[in-house]
Design a protein around this ligand. Structure first.
Ligand SMILES: Nc1ncnc2c1ncn2[C@@H]1O[C@H](COP(=O)(O)OP(=O)(O)OP(=O)(O)O)[C@@H](O)[C@H]1O
Length: 575
């Protein structure tokens, strides 16, 4: 947590919070002395003018104390909130730059918990640190010295109380600390199950697994709740125990104090002041102990946040990058092997091919054969395990990622749309695109008809594009891809949600478009009809390239391609 505080707190504001606090504590510590004087020299001696002057002094000191407390709360609250804001943005920025490989290590649910719940834990503790953690020690030392000054013998009473209090706090903390850590881990699991349930709600209903999922959620929810109940019960125990100790201390002070008034000539005013100091000391100690209960919880959150900040991006830019311009480009795979981090086997083995500007490369193969993996390597969502991917003969690892991404336009298997308008979604592809260009892209993607019906470019796109059908979402994603002026257009199984007629019309349209005609197009598909026109068809089987050629060549003598072809002819789905 210190590391996060060092980086994200503004030290001048922290200093201001401390200064206000010092003023507040000084006022709080001075008040019992004024009270004591008022009783000893005013009330006891019936000196009314003195009572008035000390009374005004008390009011003035209280007013200054309240103003200083306000100042401290202002700086403590704004600093802790701003710290939270900065951590959230920094973590979001970090996550945006991490490769898929790095993100896979955490999982979505955990990253969301870290960026919300964990940051809130730190914010909550930080405001207390900027108040209590600074106030309590000053108050403790100040009140102890002043109380000792008033009556050294009576201090023995609250020293005894402090020892009892310390033992109680130590016992409670030793149990509560690990439980708070456990609670954070359980929050992660709860969020994971909740998120899975939410995204898979249709599947759950279709398979009638509502009860099963409900039970699964309840299991984690119960675990979370029971840890929560145990830890908060434990922490709540501190209140009655401390009140008991506090009251006992006051009884002790009054007991011994009254004897000392009779036998040793202790002033009544000094006894009253002493009791106030004793209360201040015990309350400061209580506050400090509470903080020490909550700090381990925030510390656990801070470690989880730091884990994200500490991840070294496995995909980096070179020190002296080459530059590739968008002009008559080539794309080649040169003995490419690829293995996912946690996987034992290679997902792609020795892939070689070359595509030139104006050509369409299609990738076909059965489920799990490595088609998406091959596509994901081109924009460096993952890096090759060995071999090289080259554009214009230059290894893509030798150019900057921004240069690489400027050359590529991609539609992924699952169409992703953002909340906003159709126009805003389209401008992801090209932020300067005119309405005319957007309509042209929508026309090509066979999306203009339903967008007109929805009310045009300002039609709303809801969360995850849920106000559009699967096929409509795909077409919008395709339109966005087309809108970008790129050297390589990639469509990962993007045509599968389209009917045969739309699929054929859309591809014909693409072939006529000036931008796409002169670029390299890479299409992943399951249907022979989608790939048949391609200049080069790559057939993948179990991560290996088992065929490369045109439809004519492959249908003649490639057994793998023929199996796919035959299966689709039988289903009546061939060209
Ligand atoms: N993130 C991942 N981590 C580990 N293994 C993965 C990951 N993604 C895919 N794989 C594995 O890599 C292999 C190739 O998967 P890939 O998604 O590339 O196949 P695909 O041909 O695109 O399949 P589909 O047609 O079903 O989309 C599969 O064996 C799969 O289990």
């Amino acid at each position: 947590m210190i590391r996060l505080a060092k980086k994200y707190l503004v030290w001048s504001a922290v200093l201001a919070a401390v200064l206000f606090l010092v003023v507040q504590v000084s006022c709080d510590l001075y008040l019992p002395t004024v009270t004591s004087n008022l009783i000893n020299n005013g009330v006891a001696k019936n000196n009314v003018p003195y009572i008035w002057s000390e009374g005004f002094k008390m009011l003035f000191v209280t007013f200054i104390g309240v103003v200083a407390a306000g100042g401290n709360i202002y700086f403590a609250a704004t600093q802790s909130q701003k710290m939270g804001k900065k951590i959230r943005s920094a973590m979001y920025r970090k996550i945006m730059y991490l490769s898929d490989q790095d993100l896979d290590k955490f999982g979505d649910a955990s990253l969301i918990t870290r960026n919300t719940n964990d940051v809130v834990q730190i914010q909550n503790v930080m405001i207390q640190v900027l108040r209590m953690m600074i106030m309590s020690p000053i108050m403790l030392i100040g009140a102890m010295s002043l109380a000792f000054f008033k009556s050294p013998r009576l201090t023995i009473v609250f020293f005894a109380a402090l020892v009892v209090l310390a033992i109680v706090v130590a016992i409670i903390m030793s149990f509560a600390g690990p439980m708070f850590k456990k609670l954070q881990g359980q929050t992660d699991k709860l969020n994971l199950v909740f998120r899975e349930g939410l995204t898979g709600v249709r599947v759950i209903r279709a398979f009638n697994r509502d009860d099963y999922e409900q039970n699964r959620f309840d299991k984690y929810n119960t675990k979370y709740a029971s840890t929560g109940i145990r830890v908060f019960m434990l922490v709540s125990l501190m209140f009655p125990l401390m009140t008991f100790i506090l009251s006992g201390t006051n009884v002790g002070i009054v007991w011994f104090g009254s004897k000392m008034i009779v036998n040793n000539g202790l002033d009544v005013g000094n006894l009253v002041a002493f009791m106030t100091y004793a209360t201040q000391i015990l309350i400061s100690f209580m506050m400090l102990s509470f903080l020490f209960v909550f700090i381990p919880r925030a510390q656990a959150s801070a470690s989880r946040i730091n884990e994200v900040f500490d991840v070294k991006n496995s995909i980096n830019d070179p020190k002296n990058p080459n530059k590739i311009e968008k002009d008559n480009n080539t794309l080649s795979f040169d003995h490419v092997d690829f293995k996912y981090q946690d996987s034992k086997n290679l997902s792609l083995k020795d892939i070689n091919f070359l595509a030139k500007a104006g050509q369409t490369v299609a990738v076909i193969g059965e489920t799990g054969s490595g088609k998406s993996s091959l596509i994901d390597l081109i924009p460096r969502l993952y890096d090759v395990t060995s071999g090289a991917i080259k554009i214009n003969g230059i290894n893509i690892q030798d150019i900057s990622q921004s240069n690489l991404h400027s050359l590529i336009s991609l539609t992924q298997q699952k169409a992703v749309l953002f909340t906003g308008t159709v126009k805003e979604n389209m401008q992801y592809g090209n932020e300067n695109a005119t309405d005319e260009e957007i309509w042209h892209a929508l026309d090509l993607a066979k999306a203009s008809d339903f967008i007109k019906e929805e009310g045009g470019l300002n039609a709303k796109v809801e969360q995850n594009g849920e106000n559009f059908s699967g096929g409509q979402k795909q077409r919008l994603a395709i339109a966005r891809t087309i809108l970008k002026d790129a050297a390589i257009y990639i469509f990962d199984d993007s045509f599968s949600a389209l009917d045969f007629k739309t699929d054929a019309e859309l591809r014909q349209g693409l072939n006529k478009d000036d931008k796409i005609k002169n670029a390299i197009t890479v299409i992943v598909a399951q249907r022979i009809s989608t790939v048949a026109d391609a200049d080069l068809i790559l057939v993948l089987n179990n991560g290996e390239l088992v065929g490369a050629g045109t439809h004519k060549e492959l249908s003649k003598d490639n057994p793998y391609y023929k199996v796919i072809l035959d299966s689709q002819i039988k289903k009546g789905g061939s060209k």
